[in-house]
Design a protein. Sequence first.
Length: 267
Amino acid sequence: MLASRYVARQLIRRQSLQPSAESIPGLPTIQNRTLSCRVFSRFISTSRSATSFLYSRLTSPTIPTHSTQLRFNSSIPHTSQSFPDPSRSDLFYHIVQAPTPISKTLPAYALSFFPQQPPSSASTTIIGWLPAQENLSLPTSSGGNVTLADFVANPAFVQVLHSAIRDGLIEGVDEIQKATAMQTIQGWMHLHDQRNIPALNRIGDPDDIIGSVLVENSEILAETYQPMPAYRLVTADGLMQLTPGLAQKLKDVLGGIAEKEKAELSS
């Protein structure tokens, strides 16, 4: 069923790329990249407020404005604060104290697939970091507001990502990848990030290709998996998004790493 929906979604996406005066009800409309939300102007700033909430707009179909802000109660210690992403139930933001890869003195927002605080500010389970300073004294790409262009990826997470994908392919945990292999039959199969699925029988953008694997007789040869050097965890289309089977495999692996890190810190 998942595989059928995936193929159907690709067909719909290909149709949507054709000029049309009407949009498909219930489906996102393909917008001009220069006018759509596919830009890095996701404004994340901090201010004093009694209410804590997050509008990251990582996957929002609307153009963000200056009101798209991150506000938190400054009377509560940063270490106690975590925020779910309103547009992605699998994504969470956590305040982590310095030092971090972003700053030796200022706190940062750590992006994670877990609602619990990471074991440390440099945990392998952290996808990456965004500046979270109140005075915005840290230089940013926009000169003031913090945007996704200021995202700093976690190299340790990237290594685990590709390792988990390879193991997931070996274990055959993802039905969508199996269905894609059936269509490929022979040759190299690209694993595309779900944030920007290419049209049917088309190759996606290099920064959206997670990796490639060889297929023979419609069977995935998982040991041939190779990461794509140009792949980026964050693009103008948002944060990385795997197919369901591989996403669960990654989360399982990260969960094990988190437990190991906690045990090491407490020993």
